[in-house]
Design a protein around this ligand. Structure first.
Ligand SMILES: *Cc1c(COP(=O)(O)O)cnc(C)c1O
Length: 404
């Protein structure tokens, strides 16, 4: 895997058979402008220095790596460590790429950021970036999600974003994407569309990976400083796949490090009960790019479920689809129940309340640890669990029966 990051994606945005850009002709000039601007700016030292300054003085980077002493001792196998993206400003890794995208927009002379949001996490991170750069922000959100995710709607409004309610079709994420793209068509000259993960048409999977790569680079250096060695295993949850690609990018050229992506098995393997795209998906096209997709009997994107709303997407980043195909990354799925147990365990035994998304990665590490005595596991804790507290406590309680 030497030079992997330089080689992939190719100049058309392909990772093997996956990726590309399948977009309406009217959008092509805008995506081309974004791709060309990014290539120019990525090598520009004033852009790189500005991003470094923001990461240090606004986001609070580098985020630490923490050794889970209590859980590692209780499990009696591998030593588990966390990369603490929960301590990144605004509480998750998402701000890493939102700040990069907003800075790119500023350098392109744009005045506005447009995006969709499902549960509101991407909307909040992008609204934070827009406030920092004094830009306008327009977030499209399904009416069903607006009703469900009230605190994030309040946050976006406080941060100065305009939240556009989407009232057609199922009134959730898919319609929000359609609505945001339509709005972008009219405003492409003064706005950029800011995608929230390593998904979407080229150049977003490449660009978002590059913005998240700081996670893996920091973690590699910190881990070596703490232990004198590379980790044996690096683990991250996979929704669209941005926090996972951020961590993996730091280790993908180190053959000795096993990489594990963890996706949601939800309530079980029946279609509609999970969002385990790697495990059950087939090559297909969604939202303008080729990747593994979960489809129903008519070949349409299937309904998905996960206890973590940030993971319930029927597609996945093209790069993950490729890394699965060449078997560089081991993709595994864990259930809602295993996820809840990890959420409770990390809270009670380590004093860290994780996001339900990140709890998937923790759950897999807890499962793996007893079988790997003497080895080390580094988990990307992509976000904090404040947003999930009420939902878990009201519906599932406090994990009193937890036995570790
Ligand atoms: C959005 C989100 C995810 C899922 O997105 P990826 O692109 O797969 O990283 C994971 N963790 C947290 C905390 C999130 O907010």
């Amino acid at each position: 895997m030497k030079n992997y990051l330089k080689q992939f994606p190719d100049s058309n945005g392909y990772f093997g058979q996956f990726g590309g850009a399948f977009i309406p002709p009217q959008l092509e000039p805008h995506f081309k402008e974004i791709a060309e601007s990014y290539e120019r700016i990525a090598g520009d030292s004033s852009y790189i220095n500005e991003l470094r300054y923001i990461r240090k003085h606004f986001q609070g980077r580098p985020t630490p790596v923490s050794h889970l002493r209590n859980l590692s001792r209780r499990l009696g196998g591998a030593n588990i460590y966390l990369k603490r993206e929960d301590l990144n400003h605004s509480g998750a890794h998402k701000l890493n790429h939102c700040m990069g995208e907003a800075l790119l927009a500023k350098h392109m002379g744009k005045k506005k950021l447009i995006a969709e949001t499902g549960a509101g996490q991407h909307g909040v991170a992008l609204a934070t970036a827009a406030a920092y750069f004094d830009m306008q922000c327009e977030i499209h959100m399904g009416e069903v999600d607006i009703a469900k995710e009230h605190p994030n709607v309040v946050r976006m409004k406080l941060l100065g974003a305009e939240v556009v309610p989407v009232g057609f079709g199922g009134k959730t994420l898919k319609e929000a994407v359609d609505s945001a793209f339509m709005s972008y068509l009219d405003q492409g000259d003064e706005a950029i569309y800011a995608i929230g993960s390593v998904v979407g048409p080229h150049p977003f999977p490449k660009m978002v990976r590059a913005f998240q790569q700081v996670v893996g680079e920091e973690a590699r250096e910190q881990f070596i400083e703490m232990t004198g060695e590379l980790p044996d295993h690096a683990v991250a949850c996979v929704g669209g796949g941005s926090n996972a690609m951020g961590l993996f990018a730091g280790f993908i050229e180190d053959e000795a490090v096993s990489l594990h992506g963890v996706e949601p098995l939800g309530k079980g393997p029946e279609l509609g009960q999970h969002a385990a795209t790697m495990t059950y998906g087939k090559p297909g096209e969604i939202h303008g790019f080729k990747c593994l997709v979960l489809t129903d009997e008519n070949g349409e994107p299937a309904p998905v479920h996960s206890i973590a709303s940030g993971l319930d997407y029927p597609g996945v980043g093209p790069e993950h689809s490729y890394l699965h195909e060449i078997e560089r990354v081991n993709y595994q799925a864990v259930t809602d129940e295993e996820t809840l147990n990890a959420f409770w365990a990390l809270s009670r035994y380590e004093g860290i309340i994780p996001a339900l998304e990140s709890s998937h990665a923790v759950a897999y590490a807890l499962k793996m640890a007893p079988q790997k005595p003497g080895e080390t596991i580094l988990v990307n804790l992509s976000g904090r669990g404040d947003k999930d507290l009420d939902y878990v406590a009201d519906n599932f309680g406090f994990g009193e029966d937890l036995n570790l």
